[in-house]
Write a protein that binds this ligand. Sequence first.
Ligand code: SF4
Ligand code: SF4
Length: 200
Amino acid sequence: MAEEPKETEPGFMNPVAGFGVTFKAMFKKRLTEQYPEQQKTTAPRFHGRHQLNRHPDGLEKCVGCELCAWACPADAIYVEGADNTDEERYSPGERYGRVYQINYARCILCGLCIEACPTRALTMTNEFELADSSRANLIYTKEQLLAGLEDTMVDTPHAIYPGTDEQDYYRGLVTEAAPGTERQVAVSKGEKPDDQEVDA
Ligand code: SF4
Ligand code: SF4
């Protein structure tokens, strides 16, 4: 036969016993962070906002293959690829990502998309301040995701480095924009290079 549970006696100290936890916590190291006034450095491989990378001459690495979109478990990526032409080239190969969007209302920052990308076009930055009250603002476009221009780069569209092919870009043989690329971009935009501060 099961033993009857003993009734607990209402002790004098019971009402104050719970404060023991509070008292012990008073002497522990404080974990409170003064965010956003004091920003904490994230881990080097933190999964933050995405970035679409460029080759050293400024051409885009994305080839519009949509593998990132297919790998995404949250259906957060939308890609539309298009053909490069001799007159308007955005990447060294045949295709480029004409439309690229990531919906941060859906994204769970898992990183599966960057693992799926065959060209390392898509990587993730350490930026984590992505909150917004508008759904539309949480859909980042290609223009927002595309990496900025470094000193060796010229913005697209422009031709590949003369005497190279797509493979040379992935072998690391193209390290900067070809001389005259800025002039070429200006002409393709219908501008008059002589009126611009560009190199001939
Ligand atoms: S990080 Fe994950 S959820 Fe976000 S876009 Fe990439 S695959 Fe989708
Ligand atoms: S980011 Fe990578 S995987 Fe996604 S479309 Fe571009 S090349 Fe393909």
